[in-house]
Design a protein around this ligand. Structure first.
Ligand code: MRU
Length: 368
């Protein structure tokens, strides 16, 4: 099924539209918000060409939007999951569902994508409020959204402090993979939150944005964010990343995460592990920036992280035309797991863990 929600606020990306999205910095972009009647999602499948929103007020539309990456990125998925409970509660009242049908609908939201633990965690946090009605659920979901923005600011500052303490005074050349920015969160971003903080301190020389095959979150979304905020960046093919690092052109890698296991193994967009291996070989830090809600202490190590496999067409076609010979299949894992030994630091809103030096996420769990 396709997204059937109402599209609105279509804008040329060079123009200022009624939402005001084009007027400010990308850090002010609202990727997800509750309108009072439902959820409004910035349709990330259309960026950078078009800024268009989808209004969601039923579960089928939300599940489809999550699967198609209209809304994406672990923290944004957590917020979407929590508001998804509110959507299900409203729909149950509107359509006369019994509790079993409502709970089945919520379970579909929870399982719409498997890797980012935030989606299920967002649903689980909002679910206890379902018995109290929509307003109670919305209030909890809004709290998750607000906490995410605050947490991202803290991640940005802590990550920038940690990086600058290790890299000295020179302007930094940063590599990032996929999009862990304002678009992937409720605002500001995790990995790009760190980059934004470094930029505010005048310490970013250049960001290498890996294009992130096959859905191009780096080329379409990260480059869009950085360009709008005046942060120097170039897009490179994913395959260029290890070479760029080994040539000495990068000082630090900063990426986001979809799930961090108890031992520090980190699931993130496919291709992250190649960046990590190259960083280890070049002796530069590989930094993971993620909210504590992305840490899953119930999973001992990366082997327990479910890796989403996406449709073959994403790999076998380009611009709608087939690129591989007919009859050939595809292997399309959306995520990989970087072993903890390759993760120099994990930056959360509560502090920085030096993972490859032996610190594990469970060390700070009591402080959260
Ligand atoms: O498939 P996506 O676009 O949802 O993948 C997103 C990523 O891999 C991000 O790096 C991760 O979710 C962290 S977002 C702050």
């Amino acid at each position: 099924p396709q997204v059937t929600g109402r599209a609105r606020d279509v804008e040329n990306v060079d123009g200022a539209g009624p939402s005001g999205i084009m007027d400010g910095m990308t850090s002010e972009v609202r990727t997800i918000e509750w309108t009072g009647d439902g959820l409004r999602l910035l349709d990330q499948t259309l960026l950078p060409e078009r800024v268009e929103y989808v209004d969601v007020d039923d579960v089928d539309t939300l599940v489809d939007a999550i699967r198609r990456l209209v809304v994406r990125g672990a923290p944004a998925l957590g917020v979407a999951g929590a508001f998804g409970v509110a959507i299900a509660v409203r729909q149950a009242v509107r359509e006369g569902w019994d509790a079993a049908r409502r709970d089945a609908a919520i379970a579909r939201v929870r399982a719409a994508r498997p890797t980012a633990v935030n989606l299920a965690a967002g649903v689980d946090r909002a679910l206890p409020f379902a018995a109290d009605g929509t307003d109670a659920v919305v209030s909890e979901a809004q709290a998750i959204l607000d906490e995410d923005v605050r947490g991202n600011r803290a991640i940005g500052a802590l990550g920038a402090d940690w990086i600058l303490a290790r890299t000295g005074d020179r302007p930094l050349r940063v590599i990032t993979h996929c999009n862990a920015g304002a678009l992937a969160t409720a605002g500001w971003g995790t990995a790009l939150g760190v980059v934004r903080d470094l930029h505010e301190r005048g310490r970013v020389e250049l960001v290498y944005a890996d294009e992130t095959r096959p859905l191009l979150q780096g080329a379409r979304l990260t480059a869009w964010e950085l360009d709008r905020d005046g942060i120097p960046c170039v897009v490179q093919a994913d395959a260029a990343a290890p070479s760029t690092i080994l040539r000495g052109l990068v000082d630090v890698a900063v990426i986001g995460a979809d799930r961090v296991a108890a031992n520090g193994d980190t699931a993130n967009k496919i291709g992250s592990v190649g960046v990590a291996l190259a960083c280890a070989a070049a002796g530069i830090p590989f930094v993971v920036a993620a909210p504590w809600s992305t840490v899953d202490l119930s999973v001992p190590d990366g082997r327990g992280v479910p890796i989403e496999e996406r449709p073959a067409e994403e790999v076998l076609t380009w611009g709608g035309a087939r690129t591989a010979p007919g009859g050939v299949g595809a292997f399309n894992p959306a995520f990989d797991v970087t072993p903890a030994r390759l993760v120099t630091a994990l930056v959360t809103e509560t502090g920085v863990l030096e993972v490859s030096a032996g610190a594990t996420p469970s060390v700070v769990s009591s402080g959260v």
